[in-house]
Design a protein around this ligand. Structure first.
Ligand code: ATP
Ligand code: MG
Length: 253
C-alpha cells in the first residue's frame, strides 16, 4: 500500500493528505504540551478521547447549522476533515474569568463575566500567540471586516451550543478556543469551524464541585488527565459506561 503523505506535524495532531482532493486526515496524538511547549508529556489515551469528543461536538454543530470541517471519524485516532486555509488567529470565547485573562486583569478565576467576551490571539508559537485587537487584524490583513463579523457570529454560536451541551451534563463551560478555516465553493469563500474542540481547547469545571475536567489538570499537575477527559466523555455518553478508552482486546479462550 502506498504510504500516505504527511502534510504537517503539530504538537497534538498530525495531518495527512486525505483520500479525495480537498480532504485531510487528522491523526490525534497522545502528546500533551502546555505553556508554549515548555511542559511536555505523553498521556496514554488522550488522542483517542479527543478524537471522539471532537467528533461529538463538531457533529452537533453541523447538525444545528454551524458549519465545521468535520466529515467523519475513520478510526479511534483519525478523522476525515475538509481541508481549509486556516485564519491565523486563535478565537477565544470566555464566560468566566480564568487563565491568562484572569491573570492579566487581576480577576479571581471563576468570576462570571457580564457577557461572553471574545478575544483574538495571533497564531504564532515563536511569539507565544500574542493577544491582538481587531485593529491589528484589519491593518495587517489577517482577516477582513466581513470575515470578523462572521467569525464573531460563529464563535458565539459555538459558545451557546457548547455551554448548553455541557450544562446538560453538569459541567460549566469556562472558556474555549477555536480555529476558523476558509473553504471555497466555486467563486464563494465561506468560513467554517476547523481544528478541534476537545478538553485540550476548553476549560470545563464540574458545576457541583468545581473540579477541573480539562487540560489545566495537566498544566497544573492536578491528577490524571485521562481520567478527567474520560469523565467528560462518559457524561456525554460517547463512551460506554465502565469502559476505558484504552480497553485491551480480551482473549476468549
Ligand atoms: N481543516 C483543516 N485544514 C487545514 N489545516 C487544519 C485544519 N484543521 C486544523 N488545521 C491545522 O492543523 C494543525 C493541527 O495540529 P496541532 O493542533 O497539533 O498544531 P499545533 O501544534 O497546535 O500548532 P499550530 O496550531 O500552532 O500550527 C494546526 O496547525 C491547525 O491550524
Ligand atoms: Mg493545535
Amino acid at each position: 500500500m502506498a504510504r500516505r503523505k504527511k502534510i504537517y506535524e503539530g504538537k497534538a495532531k498530525t495531518l495527512y493528505e486525505g483520500p479525495e482532493p480537498g480532504t485531510i486526515v487528522q491523526y490525534f496524538k497522545d502528546d500533551a504540551t502546555a505553556f508554549n511547549a515548555e511542559k511536555k508529556d505523553v498521556i496514554e489515551g488522550k488522542g483517542v478521547l479527543n478524537n471522539i469528543l471532537s467528533e461529538y461536538f463538531m457533529t452537533g454543530l453541523n447538525n444545528i447549522g454551524v458549519p465545521t470541517h468535520f466529515i467523519k471519524r475513520l478510526n479511534m485516532r483519525e478523522q476525515l476533515v475538509r481541508a481549509c486555509e486556516i485564519v491565523p488567529l486563535e478565537v477565544i470565547v470566555r464566560n468566566y474569568a480564568a487563565g491568562t485573562m484572569a491573570k492579566r486583569l487581576g480577576m479571581d478565576e471563576g468570576t462570571q463575566l457580564p457577557r461572553p467576551i471574545v478575544e483574538y490571539c495571533l497564531k504564532d508559537d515563536k511569539l507565544g500567540d500574542p493577544l491582538v485587537t481587531e485593529e491589528h487584524i484589519a491593518a495587517f490583513g489577517w482577516a477582513s471586516q466581513q470575515d470578523m463579523d462572521d467569525i464573531l457570529s460563529l464563535a458565539l454560536r459555538v459558545n451557546d451550543f457548547l455551554a448548553g451541551v455541557m450544562y446538560g451534563v453538569g459541567i460549566k463551560l469556562i472558556d474555549f478556543k477555536i480555529e476558523i478555516g476558509r473553504v471555497y465553493d466555486g467563486d464563494f469563500m465561506r468560513l467554517i469551524v476547523a481544528d478541534e474542540i476537545s478538553p485540550d481547547s476548553c476549560r470545563l469545571w464540574d458545576i457541583e464541585t468545581g473540579q477541573k475536567l480539562d487540560k489545566d489538570v495537566f498544566r497544573r499537575d492536578l491528577g490524571s488527565l485521562t481520567d478527567a477527559y474520560t469523565e467528560v466523555a462518559k457524561r456525554l455518553g460517547v463512551l460506554p459506561k465502565g469502559a476505558t478508552p484504552m480497553a485491551k482486546p480480551t482473549l476468549i479462550n
